[in-house]
Design a protein around this ligand. Structure first.
Ligand code: TYM
Length: 327
């Protein structure tokens, strides 16, 4: 059975970008594949979070994953720092990773630009840790959003390079997976490219109705189309992407027709969108509250996940050590 792995950095709550980019695919896959989900708490250290935030965030994300419909019996969920083997694999991959290629990674270059006083080595080697996460379990498929394509490319590169250096056919090249024909990029409603925690433009799965409405009604628009069937500028295209994701084809077609015939009222579109996002989030929100209140259950899920992940990780590490020449 093919192996699937996916992960998230616990630096806040799950937002619609996380959901439509990765979690939705994962939930659909758990019946057909050998799935594992993990919370990348070591990755989150690049921004130096406070200890209490690390503890709280991992727990929050765990509850949110469960609320989205991940069944830990089918798909174990583990916390990255509970499975130490990944650190050893990270070290081996770092020995085969070159400064030039790591410096060329777009997300690294962006971080250099945005946080010039904290360009740490963990940030530089982020793709090798991510490759270790994936290759440690010999994953075939990795549900991720469009923003992770380059990290996936690096994971394939490190897999190939390891095989070449040690003259083995050991690691498979993992493929990105999306439930749609193309990788999903959920936009921000502020007219910017992507919904993201560091962009500060997220709608969270735990947001209440009033918050969702406020965020959607504030979405950037323009004065409206100036001729029939014109191409939509970025912020308007973003609203339509949301309609497609959350409201469905019928609503999308209706507002598209309104736009093309220059009758569109953005206020109506936003009201519909806010109502649909709320209808989508409401049952998840309720479950988040239930799971968050059950510490004992969350701990049990994380323990079970760590046991299953450690087994798979230890098997890989035993083989890798032997290939490299240890013991
Ligand atoms: P992270 O924590 O930024 O995001 C988790 C997942 O959500 C997706 N995502 C989006 N998809 C579409 N549109 C958006 N606006 C959007 N925002 C976030 C991401 O693509 C991702 O799939 N490096 C990873 C965490 C990670 C990982 C891994 C993932 C570490 N090791 C191994 C998979 C496998 C990250 O920072 O994701």
């Amino acid at each position: 059975m093919e192996r699937v792995i996916s992960g998230i950095r616990p630096t806040g709550n799950l937002h619609l970008g996380n959901y439509f980019g990765a979690v939705k695919s994962f939930v659909k896959m758990q019946d057909e594949y050998d799935c594992m989900f993990f919370i990348a708490d070591w990755h989150s250290l690049t921004t130096h979070p406070k200890p209490e935030n690390i503890r709280r965030s991992a727990k929050t994300i765990l509850a949110e994953y469960l609320a989205c419909g991940i069944d830990p019996e089918k798909a174990p969920i583990y916390i990255q720092s509970d499975v130490k083997q990944v650190l050893e694999l990270y070290l081996y991959f770092n020995m085969n990773a070159y400064l030039g290629e790591l410096e060329r990674v777009t997300s690294f270059k962006e971080k250099v630009r945005k946080q010039p006083d904290n360009v740490n080595a963990g940030l530089l080697t982020y793709p090798t840790l991510m490759a270790a996460d994936i290759l440690m379990h010999k994953a075939d498929k990795v549900p991720v959003g469009k923003d992770q394509e380059q990290n996936m490319e690096m994971a394939r590169l490190f897999a190939r390079r390891f095989n070449r250096i040690y003259e083995v056919e050991y690691f498979k090249e993992p493929q990105s997976f999306h439930y749609t024909a193309e990788a999903v990029k959920v936009p921000g409603l502020d007219g910017s490219g992507k919904m993201g925690k560091s962009e500060g433009n997220c709608i969270y799965l735990c947001d209440d109705e009033a918050t969702i409405r406020k965020k959607v009604m504030r979405a950037v628009t323009d004065a409206g189309p100036t001729e029939p069937n014109q191409e939509k500028p970025e912020p308007i295209k973003n609203l339509f992407t949301f309609l497609e994701l959350v409201s469905g084809k019928e609503a999308y077609d209706y507002y598209n027709e309104q736009y093309n015939t220059m009758q569109i009222r953005y206020g109506d579109l936003k009201k519909q969108l806010a109502a649909d996002i709320n209808a989508f989030c409401a049952p998840i929100r309720e479950k988040i509250q239930t799971y968050s209140a059950d510490d004992e259950y969350l701990q049990r899920v994380a323990r079970l996940g760590a046991e299953r992940a450690s087994e798979s990780a230890e098997k890989t590490l035993r083989e890798v050590r032997q290939i490299i020449g240890f013991r």
